[in-house]
Design a protein around this ligand. Structure first.
Ligand code: CTP
Ligand code: CA
Length: 223
């Protein structure tokens, strides 16, 4: 009922969202991952749908219900997420990267479960850097021509404002959104810092759905 009365500011637009963590295998039963519930990304997908957009949600491993009317693609690793996201971006107008992508993956995953050999010796892992999905799309021809509006999120543990502005420039995105601490993982509310070329602005603490609706409105203002 609430959604019914909201203006359809993204009618006719295609929105692509990444959400949740990625999982990088060590062996068939183990891996490394990031802390992320996926709640913010799912709320953004829902808010974009409410605003009339056609929404595709590329989700890492999370336990959340798909928002009504949203097309969901489930992935596991960062490489899987890139593979699902790049083709979907070909027809998108807006890309919102909320996923907590693992920055590194074990260089080679073992086909078989690694067993303790009884000596107390621990496995030595080597890592390879994962592709940067947001930076890849932000540097694509469609983004550079203005056809694809890219929005990033920043997970920072300190100096949010300066780190977020530097990250925005480094990633080449017009809008970057910072989570204002303390750590918000899994929580139902949050406060956001919007960082663009003009500076920074705070969106005060509210539910993730309310913040998602505000963010969608901010993006619609900038199209
Ligand atoms: N991101 C991505 N692919 C990656 C890493 C990050 O798409 N391999 C996206 C995230 O979804 C987020 C933004 O980039 O929207 C910033 O992620 P963050 O982890 O804060 O930045 P990094 O560039 O990875 O830098 P660092 O973790 O070292 O601070
Ligand atoms: Ca990172």
């Amino acid at each position: 009922i609430v959604a019914f009365f909201q203006p359809k500011r993204l009618a006719g637009k295609r929105v692509l969202v990444t959400a949740g963590p990625t999982f990088e295998a060590i062996d068939p039963v183990r891996g490394i991952t990031n802390l992320s519930s996926g709640k913010m990304g799912f709320a953004i997908a829902r808010a974009a749908r409410e605003a009339g957009a056609n929404v595709t949600l590329v989700a890492g491993p999370v336990s959340l219900a798909t928002p009504r009317g949203v097309t969901r693609i489930d992935v596991r690793s960062a490489q899987d997420m890139l593979q699902a996201t790049v083709p979907a971006a070909q027809s998108a107008d807006i890309f919102i990267a909320t996923a907590a992508v693992a920055d590194w993956r074990p260089s080679s995953a073992s086909d078989q479960k690694i067993k303790k050999d009884g000596s107390g010796k621990t496995p030595q892992l080597e890592f390879t850097e994962n592709p940067d999905i947001l930076a890849t799309l932000a540097k694509s021809a469609r983004a550079e021509s203005g056809a694809l509006f890219c929005v990033g999120f920043a997970a920072e543990s300190h100096d949010l404002e300066s780190n977020a502005q530097a990250k925005r420039v480094r990633k080449g995105v017009p809008l970057l959104v910072g989570n204002i601490g303390p750590a918000t993982f899994g929580a139902d509310d949050n406060a956001l810092l919007l960082v663009d070329a003009k500076g920074t602005r705070e969106v005060p603490r509210a539910s993730k759905l309310e913040l998602a609706r505000r963010l969608v409105a901010e993006i619609a203002d900038r199209l």
